[in-house]
Design a protein around this ligand. Structure first.
Ligand SMILES: *Cc1c(COP(=O)(O)O)cnc(C)c1O
Length: 363
């Protein structure tokens, strides 16, 4: 009944959902252990005092720091916690010594709010070339460009918010470093889905998406000498959330991080195969793209408000998905899509239900 052999385990570690949750790219469901770790810390804060409770949890917090850093190929002393991925980027841009009118190259799937951050600081933003029709960076063309011109840095969303396309980050890092250009990776959607050890100079992300930690925790891993994580980290913070994140990562490790990557890729493929050609919705990734984010463009003639209405209709019958509007990837599209992002507990019946609804909507 589960698509993945890990499905039953993932499901059993959590409360029974009251809906069909296909929205991990927004926020995954936390496990009972994560919720218990968060609440246990809140109780300790009340019993012993917030700062004492933090001191007494120092080992667990240190382990969380090591574990998250390792997931992105960094060391514990290179990691700073923030409240979210966007807060991590803002902190980076605040503390990094960039020239006044810095040039940054981004991929076509760049997240709109990140672009706002660059624009606010007066950076010149250029889009790296893509030729596959999906917005994936063409690394041959990039290599060529880098011979003639070098930006101050490259910023790339390993996986964006508007499509399941996985950018060839390891290759981009290799080419950029050959040209002496640092690379910053937004791993908000990638962490937990794909290998994020790419050699990138800076990697940041968030707890609540694919690693199923609590909301309100993000992180930034740096390697640059000009950046000191202790300066970047928020001193006042949701410590219980960091502890919950640590437990979420331990659970991931117990399942096997690489195994989860493989299973999520298989779930993405299964989902795309199942939804391919349903009711004139159009699949926006290759079927075997290595991620569990699946996006569907609406039937011809539908506008953004129709996609939003479809999302609402699905929600009203208990199926949770996202209507991903163009602000999430403004360089790539003007279109809204339905974003379906199941986790390991996906069942065949969920997709049957979704497919039936999609087919029934308008067609
Ligand atoms: C969700 C997301 C972010 C922002 O993460 P927050 O934790 O909400 O700040 C950044 N980039 C991408 C690609 C995302 O999907």
């Amino acid at each position: 009944m589960y698509i993945s052999e890990l499905g039953e385990l993932w499901h059993r570690a959590r409360v029974e959902p009251s809906i069909v949750h296909l929205d991990s790219a927004a926020a995954s469901r936390s496990s009972n252990k994560v919720i218990e770790a968060v609440t246990a810390h809140l109780w300790r804060e009340s019993e012993r005092g917030g700062y004492v409770a933090q001191e007494q949890s120092s080992e667990l917090l240190a382990r969380t720091r090591r574990d998250i850093a390792a997931l992105v190929g960094h060391t514990a002393d290179e990691l700073a916690f923030r409240e979210s991925a966007l807060a991590a980027l803002r902190a980076l841009l605040t503390y990094w010594n960039m020239p006044l009118s810095a040039t940054v190259w981004v991929a076509p799937n760049e997240y709109g709010p990140n672009l706002d951050q660059f624009e606010r600081r007066g950076y010149a933003v250029h889009t790296m070339p893509s030729t596959d029709g999906y917005g994936r960076v063409d690394t041959d063309a990039l290599q060529n460009m880098l011979q003639f011109e070098q930006p101050d840095f490259i910023h790339v969303c390993h996986i964006g918010s508007h499509s399941g396309i996985v950018q060839p980050v390891a290759k981009i890092v290799e080419l950029a470093h050959d040209a002496g250009v640092p690379v910053v990776v937004d791993a908000a959607q990638a962490l937990g889905q794909v290998n994020c050890v790419t050699g990138a100079d800076v990697v940041y992300g968030t707890s609540r998406k694919w690693i199923a930690g609590p909301r309100g925790v993000g992180f930034l891993a740096t390697r640059s000498d000009s950046l000191r994580p202790v300066e970047i980290e928020s001193s006042e913070a949701f410590i219980a959330g960091r502890i919950g994140l640590g437990v979420a990562v331990q659970e991931l490790q117990s399942f096997g991080v690489e195994k989860i990557h493989r299973e999520l890729a298989a779930i993405g493929k299964y989902t795309r195969e199942r939804l391919f050609g349903v009711g004139s919705w159009e699949l926006m990734e290759p079927v075997d793209e290595q991620s569990a984010i699946v996006t569907l463009a609406p039937p011809p003639g539908w506008g953004p408000s129709d996609v939003l209405a479809a999302r609402d209709r699905l929600r009203s019958i208990g199926i949770l998905v996202t209507c991903a509007e163009s602000w999430r990837a403004p360089l790539y599209t003007e279109q809204s899509v339905l974003r379906i992002s199941p986790h390991l507990d996906l069942r065949r019946g969920h997709l049957d239900q979704l497919a039936t609804e999609l087919r029934g909507m308008g067609y």
